[in-house]
Design a protein around this ligand. Structure first.
Ligand code: SF4
Length: 764
């Protein structure tokens, strides 16, 4: 009924207060701060002062035996050391991992750092709740920014963003420097949680803490606005506001009853309620809503129209024995009564059906289904006792009896070529009538009936103000270039510009770890010894978030095999003498190139640059994925070509004594993939080479797939110049159309892509 837009009035007492959607986040926040306050209380003042609720405002019992931080088995920085690894990948020896003294007074008084009071699950729940007001995109951006911050602070492998978000929420001063555009929700909630903690620790009540949390966010105003707007959203907002009022009532009454026994006691009380306690103010009935209730609850009430739905044999009468394990229903005034006989049960059921059926003043509708097979669902025997002949309906209704379905049918009729002009006209007239309906405050009752709300009718618009300054170079990375020019511009736009890509996966963590270790070996920081590398790997491995322990074990085996391949490959390169000498690793670059009519700025980092023995720079890019490009794709691999361009533009000069080296070619080294037998077998990685830029005579044409001429400045007619110009043109054109291909298999945006069946609904 709700999804069909029918206003419903469900008795609130049917849902325990703690399960109300609006109440759950408030209780979660209160639980977190109350536990933290009790924890600090216990740590700050041993002895009776901190226990027994002596004016502390926190639970006495909890004060005597403070619960550990949620999700943690021991006091201490649960969130900070969730993986036992610090930012540098070193094991935390137990010392305070935060060298900065925290201004939070809890740090001084509590037995552990403040971050330990909040566990990751609670933090993420709160951030995504109406209290935090953060959507998945905000969370991703903030997580990414926090990881960047940690990386900038010197950590090669920043901790997972979930852990960093938890820490930041527990210590909101860490968020001060972040852009409120995506961090506002966390900044506000972090401060509120801190204030609520301090309030409880200073003797405040659960009601005061709840009010502080509720009133400090824009949530109340949002609900108020939604309630005034009416419609389905307004009904939900009404319900949420009612539930929050009931929570405050319950907190106030608990306070009156228990005389300040603390927030944890109140939470325990609420958790124990499966049926909500009486509220002081009864929910007012809404005259324009369908009331949904059991037959028992309907006793004594009457309506003009009553529907008794689902009157099936087996459900009505329900002849199963009543009562619970203890059969409390048998306890009578004169002792234990005999259990009801089947006959008595049937009589009681019939009486109940009679009660339900006689609630109707004008019209009664009773429904049941009849399955074709005898052993399927059958109507109740009570149906025959009503004295009317049932009407059999053998088909589904043409459309659901709801306003959205009616609007959909009318809309379809207005454009149906098979419909007569008169019928189409009549459908349009009815839509106009529906669109004009207003409630008493002037809000549209059926806004979807107005063509202004219909999708896909307008032509695409074009912004007069370009998003990027056309006079500034277009900034791209090697991988973005491939996506934009070769695979799918829409995928690039959604992932890179909208930043709607899925959060970093364990696979990316796997790649990062291997890259760091390869860099350490190349730069001489770590010996080329498998035992040493595995020891380094072990230290950081638990920091990677795998879906399951078995997956983590399996991937560690794969990582070991990849490291073995890397070491063999590395040792072989070293043994090649003049060629293959490492000139540098993790070489960052930032070069600006002319590409046709555009200027393109390319930024990135080259995994490894070698001197090939002829003074040329040879680029190596390590890959840790499970797939590899074809030989032709590798020959025109944009990322490798961009690296070669960077070398040509001077990115590696300092590695060659200040001289400008010529690009000597490049290669992809696939550490996860074992080579074919003829190339050395599984113990060596798959290697795919790319010639030096411009070495292929065909390249001199500067032609790319679509015939675009390569840009002069980007390599004197190299194909890569054309690719850069194509990519830059697409970015500045601001039209990102889907290009289906093999990349769709792993694309996260299929449900939003008009080229795919799953996403066609966005334009149809
Ligand atoms: S599903 Fe395919 S065509 Fe659509 S955005 Fe993704 S990669 Fe592009």
């Amino acid at each position: 009924l709700t999804s069909a837009g029918v206003p419903l009035d469900v008795d609130g007492a049917d849902v325990p207060l703690r399960h109300e959607p609006a109440v759950a986040p408030l209780l979660t926040a209160l639980r977190a701060v109350a536990r933290a306050a009790a924890y600090v209380d216990a740590g700050a003042g041993p002895g009776p002062g901190s226990g027994a609720g002596a004016g502390s405002g926190t639970d006495g019992a909890s004060g005597a035996d403070p619960p550990p931080p949620q999700g943690s088995s021991a006091p201490g920085p649960a969130a900070q050391n969730i993986d036992g690894v610090n930012a540098d990948g070193d094991e935390n020896p137990g010392a305070d991992p935060d060298p900065d003294p925290d201004p939070d007074p809890d740090h001084e008084s509590g037995p552990g750092p403040a971050a330990g009071w909040l566990d990751t699950e609670t933090a993420l729940t709160l951030l995504g709740s109406p209290l935090g007001c953060m959507d998945a995109a905000d969370l991703r951006r903030l997580g990414r920014a926090l990881r960047e911050e940690e990386r900038a602070a010197g950590a090669h492998l920043p901790r997972p963003s979930d852990v960093l978000l938890t820490e930041a929420l527990a210590e909101p001063q860490r968020l001060v420097a972040h852009d409120p555009a995506y961090a506002r929700g966390a900044q506000r909630l972090g401060l509120l949680l801190r204030k609520a903690r301090e309030l409880l620790a200073g003797g405040g009540t659960a009601e005061e803490a709840l009010w502080l949390l509720w009133d400090g966010t824009p949530w109340p105003q949002r609900l108020e606005r939604a309630a005034f707007r009416g419609g389905a959203g307004g009904r939900n907002a009404d319900r949420d506001l009612d539930a929050v009022c009931a929570l405050f009532d319950a907190a106030a009454r608990a306070e009156e009853r228990s005389g300040g026994r603390g927030a944890l006691n109140f939470l325990e009380e609420v958790d124990a309620q499966d049926i909500v306690a009486d509220t002081l103010t009864r929910r007012t009935e809404r005259p324009d809503a369908v009331r949904l209730m059991t037959a028992h609850r309907a006793k004594g009430l009457e309506w003009r129209l009553v529907v008794v739905a689902g009157v099936q044999e087996g459900l009505w009468p329900d002849l199963r024995r009543r009562g619970s394990l203890l059969e409390a229903d048998r306890i009578g005034r004169d002792g234990l009564a005999e259990p009801l006989t089947p006959g008595a049960l049937l009589t009681e059921e019939r009486r109940l059906f009679y009660v339900a059926a006689t609630r109707a003043k004008e019209r009664l509708v009773v429904t049941a289904v009849r399955a074709p097979a005898d052993d399927g669902d059958q109507p109740s025997r009570f149906l025959g006792e009503l004295g009317v002949t049932p009407v059999t309906v053998n088909s589904r209704p043409r459309r659901p009896l709801s306003v959205p379905a009616l609007v959909a049918e009318l809309r379809a009729t207005t454009v149906d070529p098979a419909a007569s002009p008169a019928l189409r006209e009549a459908a349009a007239a009815r839509l106009a009538k529906l669109a004009a309906l207003r409630d008493e405050e002037g809000h549209a009752l059926v806004p979807a009936a107005h063509p202004h709300r219909w999708w896909g009718l307008d032509e695409p618009t074009r912004s007069q103000t370009p998003l990027r300054d056309p006079d500034e170079p277009v900034t791209l990375s090697g991988s973005a270039l491939d996506q934009l020019a070769n695979s799918c511009a829409l995928q690039w736009f959604l992932a890179r510009e909208v930043k709607a890509d899925e959060p970093a996966t364990a696979a990316q963590g796997f790649g990062n770890v291997l890259h760091v270790l390869a860099d350490e070996v190349a730069s001489g920081g770590t010996p080329a010894d498998l035992a040493v590398l595995m020891e380094r790997l072990e230290r950081v491995w638990d920091g990677l978030a795998f879906e399951a322990p078995w997956k983590s074990r399996q991937e560690k085996q794969n990582a070991r095999a990849a490291l073995e391949r890397f070491l063999r490959w590395h040792v072989m390169r070293e043994a090649e003498g003049g060629a293959g000498q490492v000139a540098g690793s993790e070489l960052g670059f930032d070069v600006t190139l002319e590409a046709g009519e555009y200027e393109v700025r390319i930024r990135g980092s080259v995994d490894r640059v070698e001197s090939d023995g002829q003074g040329r720079a040879y680029v190596v890019d390590f890959k840790t994925g499970r797939s590899r490009p074809s030989a032709q794709e590798a020959a025109r691999h944009p990322q490798l070509a961009v690296y070669q361009l960077a070398v040509r533009e001077g990115a590696a000069d300092h590695l060659f004594g200040g001289e400008r080296p010529e690009p000597g070619g490049a290669e992809l080294v696939h550490l996860r993939l074992g080579a074919a037998e003829r190339d050395g077998g599984d113990a060596l990685p798959v290697v795919q080479r790319q010639d030096p830029l411009g070495a292929d005579p065909q390249d001199a044409s500067g032609e790319v797939g679509d015939g675009t001429k390569g840009a002069e400045g980007a390599g004197g007619g190299d194909w890569i110049g054309g690719l850069l110009a194509t990519a830059a043109g697409r970015v500045l054109d601001e039209r990102f159309t889907p290009s289906p291909g093999s990349q769709c298999t792993h694309c996260s945006f299929r449900a939003s892509c008009s080229a795919r069946g799953e996403g066609r609904h966005i334009i149809e």
